[in-house]
Design a protein around this ligand. Structure first.
Ligand SMILES: [Zn+2]
Length: 45
């Protein structure tokens, strides 16, 4: 049994994969960026 079975996504801003985090538990489907920083970066572009 592996415990590293968390889902992951690729951040379109920094092009890095990021894993599920507890703070995203409720809206993981809506999460697109690895961090608030990348999120703002994309929005401000
Ligand atoms: Zn990112």
């Amino acid at each position: 049994m592996q415990k590293s079975d968390l889902p992951s996504k690729l951040c379109p801003v920094c092009q890095r994969p990021f894993s599920w985090r507890r703070k995203w538990a409720k809206d993981w489907d809506a999460v697109r960026y690895c961090s608030e920083r990348c999120r703002r970066r994309k929005a401000g572009a």
